[in-house]
Ligand binder design. Sequence first.
Ligand code: FE2
Ligand code: FE2
Length: 505
Amino acid sequence: MSEKVYPKNKTRVVKVSELIQSACIFFACYIFMLLVLFIMLVLHDINGWLDFCINRPTEMFSLCVCIFLLYFIIYFYYYFENKEFLVQTKNILCIFTIITVCVVLCSLAGTYVNVYVRPAALLSIVCVFLFNRRQAIILNFVFFMLVFIIDNYTNGFGTDIPPQLMYHSIMRGFVCGTLAVFVANSVRTRGGILLTGLIIAVPTVAIAILFEVSNAGTHIQWLSFVGAIGWSILGCILSSILAIAFLPVLEVMFNRLTVFRLRELTRTDANLLVRMKKEAPGTFNHSLIVAQLAESCALAIDENAEIARAAAYYHDVGKLKQPDCFTENQTDYNIHNELTPELSADIIRSHAKDGYELLIANHFPQIIADVALEHHGTLPIKFFYAKAMKISGGDADIGDYSYLGPTPHSKIAAIIMIADASEAAVRSLKEHSPENVERVVRTIIEERMDLEQFVDCNITIRELTTVKQTLVDALSGVHHHRVKYPSIRFNRERKAVADEDDDND
Ligand SMILES: [Fe+2]
Ligand SMILES: [Fe+2]
């Protein structure tokens, strides 16, 4: 590997104006939440809201201030943890849509059915799939505090929930919501979400029993006791069912990437993959191999292997526009023999941009579209540059024979850039010894480092070395030396006879 200190770590600088704009959106979401609470008060009791607003102004003021403070905890959490996430409007809208819907559902369930049936774990299950574990924990914390203060200052919208039951709600929100985050974090199927609901039912029931026992003292009312257990289990199952129902809607509305969406995108009957299989079979097979390589590399450097696999499946989808212009889909006829090198290079490099546009038009997640755009960075298209130099006698501009970029902005895009080139280069080797494969992959990585292809993603030298070794191991395995088969075949009587065709090695 090269000795130079590389790469430079670059992160996008978030402007102050963007932060102010996101604070304004937070404030708009806060006002919207107050409006929703006001509508719920009016719907519950047309005269009750007047009593609340006119006769209890201090409680109304406290409610507004507490909600404001909780919303700003979320703002400051993202300000210190992930500013880039914070300045994207759709992220903020996604968070507050989930919070508002969950608050409304919990308030309605508590007011009109039973306080134990509240889908208290809904928010944490949805957030762990749409964001990540850490964000789900902090958002769940804000959510159950929000439910508590709304219960506290509105008296459960006039239903007079006893204070002990409100504290029970806090305990349940914290324990069950947090546990749901840890359980759902490793879930990969919709059935797993249902199982999460059943698992969190255990501590939920325990908390309900503790509350009922401490509340009843020596006079245990068995009916309310059994009712509390039943409603609690139902509340947990309801959280899971609602999460299964809401996730696909939120995925599409806010273009979020979840494990379920990734599974759908990587199914062999996904629309664009079916098109690739039919119209560009060579590209399809190449993409399958790159996907396997990218998945192994992502696992080796602790990146998301499922995103890497999905992005690799679609990295060359832009070739669908003119599949016959790419070697892997050609048979005898090569259109480039009739074109100028400049025009050929133009067709070849346009597949990155075409892929990006096709994926965006089909509402693919941004990271998958970005990989399609970035997977060749600003690399030169060597074959046509060499051809142009030959024809023009050395008068060709490298800029006319290079991809337009941008260079990879994520480690996954960098992995796919290396895996893509390594797969093609190793396939064309005559001798696939591990030494040869290692030499080819090392040259590919070093050339891209020299051409500054990794300056916009914060992949380190250590990770590049790991990626190189993973690719060498995988590609040596794919192109391993085959044992020559003995030239015999078996007849009907299962007796070995000499084979006439001696070339089946
Ligand atoms: Fe490509
Ligand atoms: Fe490719």
